[in-house]
Design a protein around this ligand. Structure first.
Ligand code: ADP
Ligand code: 5GP
Length: 218
């Protein structure tokens, strides 16, 4: 019997530095199961970033156009720039039979809860305040004041964790990835996601009925 599994979108949200991008990138290393959700942003590209791969880099008017045409499933102002998830990515991932992986901020994740009820929301926590500081600092590029600003934002954002479907502590990266994969596996088997499971159940019932009939007539 093969169950009619429908891959669901996976939203990874976390305070900056907790490790959601690292986890998301590891998942999408398996393209048979996962595809990265490429966001639109007004932030200028960093060295090495490619348009259409890392982000769709837009100017303010282009981004506003997408908002007005209702083309974004969510959008938010993050660290002074606009970021949003194109709605079309959900349909494309579903057509390919893979999970769309969203690496977005917490305000955005809360909007996805409304606009894409099918999505699974995972909040990634750092194991400690010290680990969070070290990870933000270790990533480089952040000035002292910026690090402080991100930590203050983290303090507030953590309050939202209980609203999510799952919480994963990213202490050892391998463990965190294993836990996210376990969530994905469990969600795939949710009865409510199985469109057409009734047909499979009826087929199984018919098989059982046949066996019962045969055993009665022998
Ligand atoms: P986020 O996307 O949540 O802002 P990143 O994925 O960019 O965070 O991770 C921040 C930094 O922490 C990166 O340098 C990354 O390599 C590192 N990192 C991520 N997960 C772990 C982990 N489990 N242990 C140690 N360092 C980690
Ligand atoms: P960065 O500019 O460092 O790539 O990302 C900054 C922040 O914006 C990260 O927390 C990232 O998760 C978030 N982000 C990226 N894309 C989106 C998006 O489409 N929507 C929202 N709400 N946040 C996003």
């Amino acid at each position: 019997m093969s169950l009619p599994v429908r891959p669901c979108p996976i939203v990874l949200a976390a305070p900056s530095g907790a490790g959601k991008t690292t986890i998301a990138r590891t998942l999408v290393d398996n393209p048979d199961r996962f595809v990265f959700s490429v966001s639109a942003t007004t932030r200028p590209p960093r060295p090495g970033e490619r348009d259409g791969v890392d982000y769709y880099f837009l100017d303010d008017a282009q981004f506003q156009g997408m908002v007005e045409r209702g083309e974004l499933a969510e959008w938010a102002l993050v660290h002074g720039y606009k970021y949003g998830t194109p709605k079309k990515s959900f349909a494309e991932a579903a057509a390919s039979g893979v999970h769309l992986v969203l690496d977005i901020d917490i305000q955005g994740a809360r909007q996805v809860r409304e606009s894409v009820p099918d999505a699974v929301l995972v909040f990634i926590l750092p194991p400690s305040g010290e680990a969070l500081v070290n990870r933000i600092a270790g990533r480089g590029g952040e000035q002292r004041e910026e690090t402080r600003r991100r930590l203050m934002a983290a303090h507030t954002e953590l309050q939202r964790a209980p609203e999510f479907d799952y919480i994963v502590v990213n202490d050892q990266l391998d463990d965190a990835i294993r836990q996210v994969l376990a969530i994905v596996d469990a969600e795939r088997l949710r009865a409510s996601r199985m469109a057409g499971v009734e047909g499979e159940i009826r087929r199984l019932q018919r098989e059982i009925d046949d066996i019962v009939k045969r055993s009665l007539s022998s």
